[in-house]
Every structure is written in structure tokens, then in C-alpha cells.
Design a protein around this ligand. Structure first.
Ligand code: NAP
Length: 286
């Protein structure tokens, strides 16, 4: 297998490191890295994440059997448009973007006959990005959502699933629209809420200096995701607008409900709200 990885950051670099480790364990695949900068390619070779690299997208994918597009979300489709004329017959393209509806719909239109597209999203990551943060074990035990549609080729889907499993990921299949609602709830809303909470303090007319000085672990844990790369956040909110807006409406209703019970001063009802939250959270994280 000749496997091309476009975008050698946290996710692309980790895929490369994982595949190269599989090579050591007996699988034989040639990994070609494609990046916009020579320094990144050299760094990826030095880290052992790729066998060879190029800054030329078309050249990089020319003979590839499988292509992982691991660029920022807003560049997935422009990248696909560029590589499409260079793909060989039978080539399978997958991506790792955190939103799927728009990407899968456009990718299916762009993918030429005889080539295949399978949408994907590894549910693994960390605040630190770029190649330096990449690790071979990033996907170990992590859910990796694949988002087939009625148009998805079954063999291509199974091939991508096999490579996800080789990287240690657990495949979960979900239609793109459901995926986007799910990530709006568990990933994009936490960012929206964390950012709104921090901004509430940023705009506080009274006590702001004292809040900043006294903020401890509760505030830090609740707002951790607000320290992520704002560019990734912009991409999430713009490419998953409908689902995020739907969840914001639901969140406002939930917050209003809490406001009401606090206003009423009914300890039993406040307790019931907090117990409902504790019970669901504990069922997820134990
Ligand atoms: P990253 O570490 O910042 O890597 C992004 C890669 O894209 C880098 O190789 C970078 O090149 C390249 N790139 C950035 N801007 C570019 C531009 N304008 N033109 C061409 N190339 C550009 O980001 P990442 O965390 O790996 O995220 C990549 C994808 O994975 C995104 O679609 C994201 O939604 C998805 N994802 C991320 C996470 C996460 O937790 N981070 C989790 C799941 C999925 P240089 O190295 O040359 O800068």
C-alpha cells in the first residue's frame, strides 16, 4: 500500500507515526507526507512519521492507494479539488475533519468515477497541535467515526476501517448529519459554553480583578477548552452552524430552567437539576 498523508500536524503526524510503527510490526506500506512547508516534511522524516515527502499535492498523491486529508477543516475541500485530477483509479480518500455534513456532501460530488471517498473523524486529540505533539498512540482505544452514506463504496469503507483499526482506533459508523449533531453536543457546545463563561468574566463590571486572582481548579477545568486554537473553533462553528445553533437553543432552555429554579429558591428542585446532571456525567465518566 502506498499511503499519502496531507497535512502533517497533530492528526496527520500521528497517523504517520502509527502506520510506520505497524510497518515495524509486519505491515508493509510506504508513507508519503505532503505539507505546505519543507521544514514540516523534514521534521516528519526525522521523527519517523513518513518515508518521503513533498510540498506538491498532486505529485504526493499520484500513486497513492489511500489518502488521508488532515488539513484544517476549511482546507479539506480545496485540497480535494486540487488532488482529484492526480488520483489513480481505485484510490481511496478519507479525511479527519471534525465536521462532516458539508465536507461529505461536497466530497462525494468531487470524487471522480473509479475513486472513492469515505468521511472520517478520529475522536482523539489534545490542546497542543502541530507535528511536535503527534504520537503513535494517539488513536489507541479512541473512537474513530466513519460517516458512510448511501453513495459510499462498501469495499472502500472496509479498507479505511481496517487502517483505523491498525492505528488502534475503534470504528463507529454514523451518518454525517447525526455525527454533526453529536459533536455539536459533546465538543462544539463545550467550547461555546467555556468561551461564553470566560467572556462573562472578561466583561464583568464588578469584581473582575478579584475573580481572576481567585479562580481555582473548578474554573480552570470548566473552561479548559477555551484555551484551544481559535482558528479550529472558527472552523467548527462555521461548518457546523445548524447543529451548533440547535444545541445553543437547547442549552439556553436548560440554563433558563436552572435560572427559574434558583429564582424560586426551591432547594428540592435545584437539587433535582444538579442530580440529573451528576447522574448523566457519572454514567459517562464514572
Ligand atoms: P494541526 O496540528 O494544526 O495541523 C494542521 C496541518 O495542516 C499542518 O500540517 C499544517 O501545516 C497544515 N496547514 C495549516 N494551515 C494550512 C494552510 N493554510 N495551508 C496548507 N496547510 C496548512 O491541526 P490538527 O489538530 O492536526 O487538525 C487537522 C485536522 O484534524 C482538522 O481538520 C481537525 O478538524 C481534525 N481533528 C483535530 C483534532 C484535534 O484535537 N486537534 C481531533 C480530531 C480531528 P504546517 O505544519 O506546515 O503548519
Amino acid at each position: 500500500m502506498r499511503i499519502a498523508i496531507i497535512g502533517l500536524g497533530l492528526i496527520g503526524g500521528s497517523i504517520g507515526l502509527g502506520l510506520k510503527r505497524c510497518n515495524v510490526e509486519g505491515l508493509t506500506c510506504q508513507v508519503i507526507g505532503i505539507s505546505r512547508r519543507e521544514e514540516t516534511i523534514q521534521a516528519a522524516i526525522d521523527r519517523g512519521a513518513i518515508d518521503e515527502g513533498t510540498t506538491d499535492l498532486k505529485l504526493g498523491v499520484k500513486d497513492a492507494d489511500l489518502v488521508f486529508i488532515c488539513t484544517p477543516i476549511s482546507l479539506i475541500i480545496p485540497t480535494l479539488k486540487t488532488i482529484v485530477p492526480a488520483l489513480k483509479q481505485g484510490a481511496i480518500v478519507t479525511d479527519v475533519a471534525s465536521t462532516k455534513g458539508l465536507i461529505v456532501a461536497q466530497a462525494e460530488k468531487l470524487t471522480p468515477k473509479g475513486c472513492f471517498f469515505v468521511g472520517g473523524h478520529p475522536m482523539a486529540g489534545k490542546e497542543k497541535v502541530k507535528l511536535e505533539a503527534a504520537e503513535a498512540d494517539l488513536f489507541k482505544g479512541a473512537t474513530w467515526v466513519l460517516t458512510p452514506t448511501d453513495n459510499t463504496d462498501k469495499n472502500a469503507l472496509e479498507t479505511v476501517a481496517e487502517y483505523v483499526a491498525l492505528l488502534g482506533g475503534k470504528v463507529m459508523k454514523m451518518e454525517p448529519k447525526l455525527h454533526d449533531l453529536v459533536v455539536a453536543g459533546i465538543s462544539h457546545m463545550p467550547l461555546a459554553v467555556a468561551a461564553a463563561l470566560v467572556n462573562t468574566i472578561a466583561e464583568a463590571k464588578e469584581g473582575q480583578a478579584e475573580m481572576k486572582k481567585t479562580a481555582a481548579s473548578g474554573f480552570r477545568d470548566t473552561t479548559r477548552v477555551a484555551s484551544g486554537d481559535p482558528i479550529l473553533g472558527v472552523d467548527m462553528f462555521t461548518t457546523n452552524k445548524a447543529a451548533v445553533l440547535k444545541m445553543i437553543v437547547a442549552f439556553k432552555a436548560s440554563l433558563s430552567n436552572l435560572e427559574k429554579v434558583i429564582k424560586d429558591g426551591n432547594a428540592e428542585r435545584i437539587k433535582a437539576e444538579l442530580e440529573k446532571a451528576k447522574s448523566l456525567r457519572d454514567s459517562i465518566y464514572g
